[in-house]
Design a protein around this ligand. Structure first.
Ligand SMILES: [Zn+2]
Length: 55
């Protein structure tokens, strides 16, 4: 398990060890985070939230 910090709420995000760049994970705070790889380090980038995001 890889532990990262959510860039939005600052709480921890647990990722599987075999997570791949481009995968999108949903965090408890409601944001969707895209996994990106930067110089071998895994980073989380919030996805753009579209206008018709509501249910
Ligand atoms: Zn969060």
């Amino acid at each position: 398990m890889i532990s990262k910090k959510c860039p939005i709420c600052g709480r921890s995000v647990d990722l599987p060890d075999d997570v791949l760049p481009g995968e999108v994970v949903d965090h408890d705070c409601g944001v969707s985070l895209e996994v990106i790889l930067n110089n071998g380090e895994i980073l989380l980038k919030p996805l753009e939230i579209s206008e018709d995001w509501g249910e």
